[in-house]
Design a protein around this ligand. Sequence first.
Ligand SMILES: [Zn+2]
Ligand SMILES: [Zn+2]
Length: 141
Amino acid sequence: MTTSSHAVPASEPPPLSGPACQLCGAPAVVHWQRRLTKEEFTAHLTWEQERRDRARELADPQYPAPDFGPLPTPQECTTSVFACAAHAITLDAAALVHRDTCTAPSPSGLTGCDCTPESPPAREPEPGASGGLPPAWSSGR
Ligand SMILES: [Zn+2]
Ligand SMILES: [Zn+2]
C-alpha cells in the first residue's frame, strides 16, 4: 500500500469570515452598539416590511394571518460596530449605546468617539452585595 495520505492535519480555517475592524479591516476583537442612521433605519424597515409581506404571502390562509406586532422603532434598533485592538474605543464607552452620528472607530479619535453615548439603563443593585445582611447570613469566612 502506497497510499500517501497527506500528513497535513486538518487545521481549522482561519476566521476570515468573522467581523472585521470597520476602519482597517483587521479581525475585530471588540464591538459595541450604535443607533442606526436614518438611512440604515429606513433600509431596516424596508427589509422588515418585505420580510413580513413575504411571510403573509406564504402563510397558510386556513390560519389567522401572522401577527408581527408593531414595526420596530429607532429606539429599539442598534447595529454592531466592530473594531480591532488598535482602533477599539474604551471599555467604558463600549458598554454604552452610541449615537447614530458616532464615527468610531475613527483614526482621529482613537480610544474615544465623537458622540455622547446614551446613558446606561439604571442598574439594579447587585444582589449579594455586602451590607444589610444580618451576620448570621454571611457564610462565615
Ligand atoms: Zn482597526
Ligand atoms: Zn460614540
